[in-house]
Ligand binder design. Structure first.
Ligand code: HEM
Length: 173
């Protein structure tokens, strides 16, 4: 609703564009439950909270934001937002994300049932991005039989091969 005030159907949720039906299971506001697990060979394992919004305005795309917080202090941490597109009449998906770390990425992959698997296709970053730089990203989203959404993120950096960085499950709120 906060961004829909200029829509002609103000306050009414527009109909989901039929193109996006295969990804309708991602829609909603989601909260980490339990806290997410962060890992990587170069760092001490950590936990985080995350609030996710996945919505649409009737266009053939989804809007998303992922907002991570420190589990104790609730200080905002990693944030990213963007769009998810589906190539009409296929299961081919594009995931376009801008991250607060100065990274912008495009991932592509496939939706199969209630599972979305994507891998980075291009990554751009600000000239003064923190090192080591990420070189490749893969993600998997899945709606589990208990209604929880699950995300797993792996990455390769200039110093480490492809390894899991994040695993989190969310409950719908
Ligand atoms: C560290 C990338 C999401 C928390 C890092 C590093 C990279 C990275 C390249 C440095 C690794 C190293 O030093 O070897 C990414 C990418 C993300 C992502 C590409 C999303 C696609 C997140 C999220 C959190 C998070 C959601 C949740 C809070 C951290 C923390 C560190 C870290 C705590 C270690 C301290 C630091 O370097 O800031 N991440 N990250 N990351 N990431 Fe992520």
């Amino acid at each position: 609703p906060y961004l829909n005030s200029l829509l002609s159907q103000d306050c009414e949720t527009p109909q989901l564009n039929p193109v996006m039906e295969p990804l309708s299971w991602m829609l909603g506001t989601w909260l980490s439950d339990p806290p997410g697990d962060g890992t990587f060979p170069t760092m001490k394992p950590f936990q985080y909270l995350e609030e996710v919004h996945i919505s649409h305005v009737g266009q053939p795309m989804l809007n998303f934001s992922f907002n991570a917080f420190h589990p104790d202090t609730r200080k905002p941490m990693h944030r990213e937002c963007g769009f998810i597109r589906l190539k009409p009449d296929t299961n081919k998906v594009a995931f376009i994300s801008a991250q607060n770390t100065g990274l912008v990425e495009v991932e592509e992959g496939e939706v199969n049932g209630q599972e979305l698997s994507i891998a980075s296709h291009s990554i751009a970053r600000i000239s003064f991005a923190k090192k080591p730089h990420v070189e490749q990203i893969t993600r998997k989203f899945r709606l589990n039989s208990d209604g929880k959404l699950e995300q797993t993120v792996s990455m390769a950096t200039t110093t480490q091969p492809m390894t899991q960085h994040l695993h989190i499950t969310y409950k719908k709120v």
